[in-house]
Design a protein around this ligand. Structure first.
Ligand code: AMP
Length: 112
């Protein structure tokens, strides 16, 4: 069950500031506040989904495709398309998911 009382919903509403690097109709991308690599950006959905499974099961196929194309676009915009990068999405307790609003991490800018 999605709970709007989470930090990423507040970032989407611009109630909490963030360093936005890209935004379109399906996503917002901003720098992670506690970076685990030289480049560490989070891409979050504009729709309210708890995690990866919730997103792919309940969002339209068109918007799922748009979202992942946007993730690729953000990586290109960050300049890591050629050097390489890692994308990951923590889902649930065993993965240590901290924020229950679906998001993808983009990590790069150095050897991981
Ligand atoms: P996870 O849910 O495990 O994928 O991790 C959530 C990520 O969100 C962590 O890497 C945090 O550093 C990051 N984070 C938490 N609060 C903020 C914030 N206000 N602005 C940017 N990143 C954040």
């Amino acid at each position: 069950m999605y709970d709007k009382n989470n930090v990423f919903f507040k970032i989407l509403q611009k109630e909490i500031p963030s360093e936005i690097v890209y935004e379109d109709e399906v996503c917002m991308a901003f720098r992670d506040i506690n970076p685990a690599a030289k480049i560490h950006v989070l891409v979050i959905t504009k729709g309210c989904y708890v995690n990866f499974a919730d997103f792919v099961e309940n969002e339209s196929a068109e918007n799922v495709q748009k979202f992942f194309k946007s993730v690729a676009h953000v990586a290109e915009k960050l300049g890591v398309r050629e050097s390489g990068y890692r994308i990951l999405s923590n889902t649930g307790r065993d993965a240590g998911q901290e924020v229950e609003h679906f998001h993808v991490h983009i990590l790069g800018g150095e050897r991981l």
